[in-house]
Ligand binder design. Structure first.
Ligand code: NI
Length: 139
């Protein structure tokens, strides 16, 4: 962990009041914690937009496994993207619904491409992609 620096910022009273309300709402311990979190969020967003470094994330898939050819198609796509897939978890939700969590690490565009390929398979009811950081650029 790098050395902690202290600095002061000038800010309008109204804006600071709004910030403090947000801090309370989100249960931050103090302004410093909230500010650090905002900076990290921006850095992750930038990393994601620029496509220049790896991200870590998770794709969540909900599908009906009884749909014809669906499992075969999903496996085919995942094998194609095996370089960015770290792990998958399959949960049998009920008689026909399955939930799959696919953990990825790679360039943001690859994660998006994988998520949209899976989404386009007939029988997939819902997909979501959550992107985080590998942590390296946030220290
Ligand atoms: Ni299942």
């Amino acid at each position: 962990m790098s050395k902690i620096h202290r600095f002061s910022i000038s800010i309008e009273k109204d804006l600071l009041d709004k910030f403090d309300r947000l801090i309370r709402k989100k249960n931050y311990a103090n302004r410093s914690d909230a500010f650090r979190d905002l900076i990290r969020q921006e850095l992750v967003k930038r990393q994601w937009q620029q496509n220049i470094s790896d991200i870590a994330g998770a794709i969540i898939l909900l599908y009906n496994h009884q749909k014809r050819e669906l499992m075969k198609k999903l496996a085919h796509i995942q094998h194609h993207f095996q370089k960015i897939i770290i792990s998958t978890q399959h949960i049998h939700l009920d008689h026909s619904n399955c939930l799959e969590i696919i953990v990825v690490k790679g360039r943001p565009y690859q994660a998006h491409k994988l998520a949209s390929s899976l989404k386009s398979v007939k029988g997939v009811k819902h997909t979501s992609l959550s992107i985080s950081s590998t942590g390296k650029d946030l220290e």
